[in-house]
Design a protein around this ligand. Sequence first.
Ligand code: ADP
Ligand code: MG
Ligand code: ZN
Length: 205
Amino acid sequence: MSETGKNQDVQPGRMEVITGPMFSGKSEELIRRLKRAQIARLRIASFKPEIDLRYQSDAISSHSAQTIQAVAVRDLDRLRALLFPALDTVDVVGIDEAQFFDELLVGLAMELVEAGKRVVLAGLDTTFAGEPFAPMPALMAIADEVVKLSAVCMVCGAPAIHTQRLGASQQLVMVGAAGMYEARCRACFRPEGDVPAAEQLKLPS
Ligand code: ADP
Ligand code: MG
Ligand code: ZN
């Protein structure tokens, strides 16, 4: 160990952050990367917050029905308790919905990188109020690679960087609640809440 506490014998790993609004393909891209790591015979461990009860609780799922096995954990203490004793048997750590973990995720991800692991984190960059969604900004700042994806605006079809809340709910966390959110571009985003695009455009929904 050096004075900084880093183990000089271990080659550092790598941090990859996949971000963007809801429906931008973050989970798809995370799953794609993890599946390619499996093809390369790397050993992966994947986690998501228990709050994301959409689809299976033992998998990361995308809106396009891609899935990969994952453990749902209630908080970072639980993640740490499951992962660290088995760290020697893991090469790649995947975390979805990373925005729902607290700021301690930043230190935990760095610890994993210093232990030589490749860490791939997917999460929303902004809340439905359009504000940075901690801990994503800090993770983006220290990552080796940041992929910022856009979705398709449901109103006008332009690239969408925002997650539009439908209706007037003030609840911050409503993962996967069907019909509660849609992707919007800057021009079509209404931070105070909005009616669904299909209603505005008089489309059959
Ligand atoms: P995220 O994890 O970023 O919420 P997912 O990976 O779960 O996104 O889902 C991405 C998929 O969602 C796309 O491949 C597409 O099939 C679907 N989709 C639904 N609505 C939209 C939209 N407005 N823009 C882009 N993709 C959408
Ligand atoms: Mg997702
Ligand atoms: Zn738009």
